[in-house]
Design a protein around this ligand. Structure first.
Ligand code: TXA
Ligand code: MG
Length: 312
């Protein structure tokens, strides 16, 4: 159900939920200080209570009420990447309701790069916002996805299609060793360049993090089974859905979607393709494999999300 900005702010202040656009995906917003409102977020999504939420802010000063012992690196990174697709985990201020952080002693914070999100938060104060999908499903990248997922019952601020299409990078700054818990559009290399420190990342051969509670659960899965495609077929199976990047499709058809050299385009449209394939009842989705040598910043996040959808 589409609503206006003024409406959205009123609904949040009344302790209800509003979906809103960010540059990554649509979030399901609630007043971060209102325990009951936040509780509705978990109920609506069917989200496990031990999977904490990101608190979204519109001005840097808001961090003071949310976190303690804030390291210098946080300010350098905020300066470089906010507003933008970087979530930073800090030690939590004791006044944040436990339900927000799944009882952890840390809190995840992000300033989204979207004028509607910023305007809304300016009126309401900090908002918790998980991706606005039912738990386990692909995140919404259009207002229509939210309407579809919740039968039009969730008020949604329509900002059109999101720009990046994959969720933010989650970076833990709560210990002495910065660690990426979820890859996104802001990469390890970009972060290291700013803080001039070595950053750990899950997937490093000698390092496996279990710190991000969300990574324990199924994610980003359409109803169709998703597979990596090692080699493009000579003839595309008309009963399968393809997303490819090394070549153009023979001719643009409803089941072969080609992004020659454009991984950002695949990232932007990935969840929309997952949803379209489901609507059209394709039982299988094939995504052309990415060479580990690819240096496009979004490649690591894209690999991670498709891996999860595949079921790895
Ligand atoms: O791009 C995004 O980050 C979107 C938009 C709406 O901002 N939000 C989003 O939220 O993806 P969600 O709830 O779907 O994913 C948040 C991730 C989860 O993996 C969660 O476990 C992790 O962040 N997280 C939240 N708080 C944390 C904390 N205190 N420590 C470690 N991980 C945390
Ligand atoms: Mg999510």
């Amino acid at each position: 159900m589409k609503i206006t900005l003024k409406n959205a702010a009123e609904i949040i202040k009344n302790g209800e939920l509003v979906a809103f656009p960010t540059e990554t995906v649509y979030g399901l917003g609630a007043d971060a200080w209102n325990t009951n409102a936040v509780k509705k977020t978990f109920q609506t999504k069917g989200r496990p209570a031990d999977n904490p939420l990101i608190v979204h802010i519109s001005r840097l000063e808001q961090v003071q009420a949310l976190a303690i012992d804030i390291p210098h690196d946080f300010y350098s990174l905020a300066d470089a990447f906010w507003p933008g697709p970087l979530t930073m985990v800090l030690k939590k201020h004791h006044t944040i309701p436990d339900i927000v952080t799944g009882r952890l002693t840390t809190v995840a914070i992000r300033m989204p790069d979207h004028p509607l999100a910023i305007a809304l938060i300016d009126q309401t104060g900090p908002l918790t916002a998980p991706s606005a999908n039912p738990s386990g499903k692909p995140s919404p990248t259009r207002a229509e996805h939210v309407d579809y997922d919740y039968n039009g019952e969730i008020p949604v601020l329509d900002g059109g299609a999101t720009e990046i299409g994959l969720e933010s990078t989650v970076l833990d700054l709560s210990t002495g060793q910065p660690e990426i818990l979820r890859p996104g559009a802001v990469t390890r290399g970009m972060i290291e360049k700013i803080i001039k420190k070595n950053v750990h990342e899950t997937g490093d051969t000698d390092f496996k993090s279990t710190k991000s509670p969300g990574t324990r659960y199924t994610h980003y899965k359409p109803a169709a089974s998703v597979h990596w495609l090692e080699k493009l077929p000579v003839q595309y199976d008309t009963l399968a859905y393809y997303i490819i990047h090394s070549k153009s499709a023979p001719e643009e058809s409803r089941n072969v979607h080609s992004y020659p050299g454009d991984l950002e385009g695949i990232a932007r449209d990935l969840y929309d393709h997952f949803r379209t394939a489901d609507h059209l009842n394709f039982p299988q989705i094939f995504v052309e494999t990415l060479s580990p040598a690819v240096k496009t910043p979004i490649a690591k996040a894209l690999l991670n999300r498709v891996d999860k959808a595949v079921g790895k």
